[in-house]
Every structure is written in structure tokens, then in C-alpha cells.
Design a protein around this ligand. Structure first.
Ligand SMILES: Cc1cc2nc3c(=O)[nH]c(=O)nc-3n(C[C@H](O)[C@H](O)[C@H](O)COP(=O)(O)OP(=O)(O)OC[C@H]3O[C@@H](n4cnc5c(N)ncnc54)[C@H](O)[C@@H]3O)c2cc1C
Ligand code: SF4
Length: 513
């Protein structure tokens, strides 16, 4: 997608600069370029490699081939010491690694949002078309109203997924086929091979409908320029507007000063607040919410050992979702309980390497006989859960390092444990013998750190996801979400980015008239 002739970025007149190419940023780039605007999309990661090691468990999960160079300190669960981490960085953001689950929030999830489900519904439909989602309408027992079916029907159930489906049905539940953004029946090539290394891995052949294969391919190439391996370091404000930004290329050799009419941040719910704090924009935020209210769902994996090999063909079977109890705690605490989804085991060499010393051989041997369910519970926004800058730490490029501080509430854990108890019943009914639960400590579903709101005292962004204090600055990644809801966030981020891009295009058209 990069323009054929070299682009002089600093002397090109762009209408819109976007920082970050995940679901939010790439979708906005797609929509705005198609609206005729000149867009520069800046991403700190490089392009996906799409080679053999992209499907290698050791390379991706253990050696962390896509690991970036920007450190992030993480202090969670009340720990006194922070752990240094290096998140993956790549064009397409976490869409490159995502599992493809593309669910809509439910009508009730919008009770604390400044917009309603009806406001987002047309954009959900547009997002499903953009991501070429495969699903079947009308099966989800608590699914929200829809104006149409999914773009493509789902793949027939695989044997491991059928096992979960039958067990859940026997327990009186209503499992259904998880809507998936993977190219089984879409118009483009290549089609999915249903391999075993999907969630957590880039698709070596490009059959996963990530942002590089959808939004960035469908964008107008004459209007969109993509600048990879370049990190946005700071925005500059003057007289109530953003007037420019600074970026450095991967080697730190070149500092770029860039300007446009409008700026969009989409560096992820951990990256966007860090960038806004580095730009001193917290002094303009009257809500005090910038960087706070970090949510990430309360997630557990429940694995059961079966007396047979659970997936002898080694295929992807992330196909089932259970939402029966979604509304069961709404009256008590105003949240969703969440969902249970079928999920593949990691490759056996990874299971072995991650097991405690002394159990590694047994763990890798038994991996083939384990089947796993993922429990995703809603977590509550809390001001204490936040991203902040560490005063006395800078990274190799001299930028202040960001720290993430997070802990769950007892209610978050209760919701998760309720889902875990149900997942255990399903797996036992399916023939599982003994089970083990792992609580997930990653931030793959991070949202909430620059929430949108009805008033400038309640949140960082207005209902159009524009920074309340500056009319030409928007945020379109998961930061905008005031609550996490009980489903995976990507489709909602994509739908909202389409909604916001429409608003931005209208504003810029009015200004130009
Ligand atoms: C293994 C895994 C599986 C998942 N599975 C699912 C799933 O099945 N369904 C689902 O809905 N969700 C899933 N998720 C979550 C989903 O991927 C995220 O919710 C989503 O990607 C968030 O989108 P975003 O636009 O907010 O940010 P991101 O995708 O995080 O994108 C942010 C981008 O900004 C870049 N960036 C950051 N700082 C800067 C800077 N200063 N300058 C330039 N660029 C910068 C980053 O490198 C990154 O590319 C999964 C996540 C992971 C990790
Ligand atoms: S399951 Fe399909 S989309 Fe996923 S990595 Fe394998 S081939 Fe690609």
C-alpha cells in the first residue's frame, strides 16, 4: 500500500495523520481515504513477515519474534514491583494476532455509554462487511437486533467444536457458532487452511481477515500512505488545536515533524494515553480520566484432560460461543457476566516450555489430550487501574516509560469464576476427566483509558470521540470504551472507528466548503 514513488512526508499536505494501525487506526484510514481525504498512517511496527516462522510456536510465543522495542512496565494484582514487558508491534496491530471472534455488544451494554446500540448498529453491519465475518444470524440467545445476516455463512463444525456443542446442548444451554473474521468463503484468495496456529499467530498465508488483509487493502491507495517502523513521540498544541506531531523512525536516525488538519490517535488503550501524557495533554483534560479506568476483561482458560486425543487432525476449532448467562448479573451489579468460547490449545512445544520444571515432558505429552474453553467476564472501570508515566525512567530513545497498574475487584473475579464453573460442567459433560484453570494476566483486551462521555467532566472524549479540549484531535482505538461489556472488543472498535471517521469526514468537508 505504500506509494510507489518515495514520499516526502514532511512536505506533503495531509488532511489526517493517524498514529497506530490496529483495528481503530486502520479502519479510520480505510474510511477516510475512501472519503477522498489524504491520510498518513504511522505505525511503529514493521509489516508482518508472512513466512514459515509465523506459524512456529517457539518463534512467535516463546522467542516473541514481533516483540517491539518500546518497554512497558506492568504492575498487577497489588504487586509492589513492576515487570518490564515489550508488546508486539506490527502493521495491523493486534488484529494480526487476534483469534477472529467478532461479536457485537448487546443493547444492555450501552447503558453507561453516550450513544446507544441503535446508533452503532449500521456501523456494526459495515464493520462485519469490512472484516468479511462468517456467522449465522438468529442463533445467539441474547444477541442484539440486527438489520441483516452476516456476509458469509460459517464453516461446518469441526469434531472438537461439535464435542463442545453437544455437551453444552445436553446441559440445556444454547451454544452457537462464533462469528469469525477468517476467510473461509470470502471473495479473496487465499482461503483458510484451518491450521492449528491461528490465535496468537500471524497467518502465514494471509487468510485471517486482519487489518492488513481487509481495511488496508480496501483503502484508496492513491489517498493513503503508510509509514511503518515509525513511532509517534509527541503531539504539539497551540491556541486550542493540535498543530503538529513528532515521530522517529525505527532506528532513531530520523526525527520527522508532520502536520495535518486533523489528528487521530489509535495506539491502543495502553499506547494512546501514554502518548497523550507525553504530550502534556492531561493539563487540558477536565475529567481527570485520561489514562484511568483501564479494563481488560477478567479472563480464564479452563483445560480438561480427556481419555483420547481431542484434536488429532490438529485443526483450528475456535467455533463455539455460549452466552446463556450473559445477563444473569445485570440486575445485581449492572454488568454482563460474559461469554464462554471454544479455543485451541497452544502447540505442544509451547505447553511444555511454559510448564513448571519437572512437569515439562508430561505437559507436552498430555497437550494432545486436553481441550480448553475460554471464559471472558466483564470487568469494571476503576480509576486506580491506569496507565501513567514513570517520572525517572526513559527508554532508549529518551521517551518517558509508561507503567500499567491494574487489579481486579472481587466482583470481577466472581463473574469470571461463575463462567469457569459453567465451563467445567461443559467440559466434564464432553468427557473431560480432570481440569485445570489458568487466570490470564495479559492485556490483550485493554480498553477504557480515554473514555467518551456526555460531559467534559465525566470523560476525555466527546460522543464523537473527539478530545473535549481540542477540536482536531480524535481517538479511535479501544481507549474510548467506558465499559468493557462481556464480548471480545475488536468488532466494536472497528464499528466505532467507522462511525467516527464519518463524523471527521463531514467536519472536514464543512471546513473546506
Ligand atoms: C492473541 C490475541 C487474540 C485476540 N483475539 C481476539 C478475538 O478473537 N476477538 C476480538 O475481538 N479481540 C481479540 N483480541 C483483542 C484485539 O486484538 C484488540 O482488542 C484490538 O486489536 C485492539 O485494537 P486497537 O485498535 O485498540 O489497538 P491495537 O490493535 O493494539 O493497535 C495499536 C497499534 O498502535 C501501534 N502503536 C502504539 N504506539 C504507537 C506510537 N507511539 N506510534 C505509532 N504506532 C504506535 C501499535 O504498534 C499497534 O499496531 C485478541 C488479542 C490478542 C493479543
Ligand atoms: S486457521 Fe486459517 S486464518 Fe488462521 S492462521 Fe491458519 S490458515 Fe490462517
Amino acid at each position: 500500500m505504500t506509494a510507489a514513488a518515495p514520499v516526502d512526508f514532511q512536505n506533503t499536505a495531509f488532511d489526517v495523520l493517524i498514529a497506530g494501525s490496529g483495528f481503530g487506526g486502520a479502519t479510520a484510514a480505510y474510511a477516510l481515504s475512501r472519503a477522498g481525504l489524504r491520510v498518513l498512517l504511522i505505525e511503529r511496527g514493521g509489516w508482518p513477515n508472512r513466512d514459515e516462522t509465523d506459524w512456529n510456536g517457539r518463534s512467535i510465543l516463546l522467542e516473541k519474534r514481533y516483540r517491539g522495542e518500546t518497554p512497558l512496565l506492568v504492575r498487577q494484582g497489588g504487586a509492589s514491583e513492576a515487570v518490564e514487558t515489550f508488546p508486539n508491534e506490527v502493521v495491523g496491530g493486534n488484529s494480526v494476532f487476534f483469534g477472529g471472534a467478532t461479536l457485537r455488544l448487546r443493547t444492555t451494554d450501552f447503558s453507561r455509554w453516550p450513544i446507544s446500540y441503535a446508533d452503532l448498529e449500521p456501523h456494526y453491519a459495515e464493520a462485519e462487511a469490512l472484516l468479511e465475518v462468517h456467522g449465522r444470524a438468529g442463533e445467539d440467545p441474547c444477541g442484539p437486533p440486527r438489520t441483516g445476516d452476516y456476509p458469509f455463512p460459517p464453516l461446518a463444525l469441526t469434531a472438537p467444536a461439535r464435542r463442545i456443542y453437544d455437551a453444552a446442548t445436553a446441559l440445556g444451554l444454547h451454544p452457537f457458532q462464533l462469528p469469525i473474521a477468517v476467510n473461509h468463503r470470502g471473495p479473496r484468495e487465499p482461503r483458510c487452511l484451518n491450521c492449528f496456529t491461528c490465535e496468537g499467530f500471524p497467518c502465514r498465508i494471509g487468510a485471517k481477515n486482519d487489518m492488513t488483509q481487509t481495511a488496508l487493502k480496501k483503502a484508496d491507495p492513491s489517498r493513503l500512505t503508510i509509514l511503518a517502523r515509525t513511532q509517534v513521540t509527541r503531539l504539539f498544541e497551540r491556541d486550542g488545536r493540535i498543530v503538529g506531531l513528532e515521530a522517529i523512525d525505527g532506528q532513531g536516525a530520523r526525527r520527522l515533524k508532520l502536520s495535518a488538519r486533523t489528528y487521530i490517535l489509535s495506539a491502543g488503550a495502553l499506547g494512546t494515553p501514554a502518548l497523550m501524557l507525553r504530550s502534556d495533554l492531561d493539563r487540558l483534560d477536565q475529567s481527570g480520566a485520561l489514562g484511568r479506568n483501564l479494563m481488560r476483561h477478567c479472563i480464564a482458560k479452563v483445560g480438561y484432560l480427556f481419555p483420547f486425543r481431542t484434536n488429532p487432525q490438529a485443526i483450528n476449532h475456535k467455533q463455539i460461543c455460549i452466552t446463556d448467562r450473559y445477563e444473569s448479573v445485570r440486575a445485581a451489579d449492572g454488568t454482563a457476566l460474559g461469554v464462554i468460547q471454544d479455543i485451541c490449545m497452544p502447540p505442544r512445544e509451547v505447553v511444555g516450555a511454559l510448564a513448571p520444571r519437572g512437569f515439562r515432558w508430561a505437559a507436552s505429552l498430555s497437550a494432545a489430550s486436553i481441550q480448553t474453553l475460554l471464559c471472558v467476564a466483564e470487568d469494571e472501570p476503576r480509576a486506580e487501574n491506569r496507565v501513567r508515566l514513570v517520572p525517572d525512567r526513559v527508554d532508549a530513545g529518551g521517551l518517558p516509560v509508561a507503567e500499567v497498574i491494574h487489579d481486579y475487584t472481587d466482583a470481577d473475579r466472581r463473574r469470571r469464576d461463575t463462567l469457569v464453573a459453567l465451563a467445567r460442567r461443559v467440559l466434564r459433560r464432553a468427557g473431560g476427566l480432570v481440569g485445570k484453570v489458568r487466570f490470564m494476566d495479559h492485556f490483550s483486551h485493554a480498553v477504557g483509558t480515554a473514555r467518551f462521555s456526555r460531559s467534559r467532566m465525566e470523560g476525555v472524549l466527546d460522543p464523537d470521540c473527539r478530545f473535549w479540549a481540542l477540536p482536531n484531535l480524535y481517538v479511535v482505538d479501544g481507549s474510548f470504551m467506558p465499559t468493557s461489556g462481556g464480548v471480545n472488543p475488536s468488532l466494536t472498535i472497528t464499528a466505532n472507528a467507522l462511525r467516527v471517521a464519518g463524523r471527521i469526514a463531514a467536519v472536514l468537508a464543512r471546513e473546506a466548503a
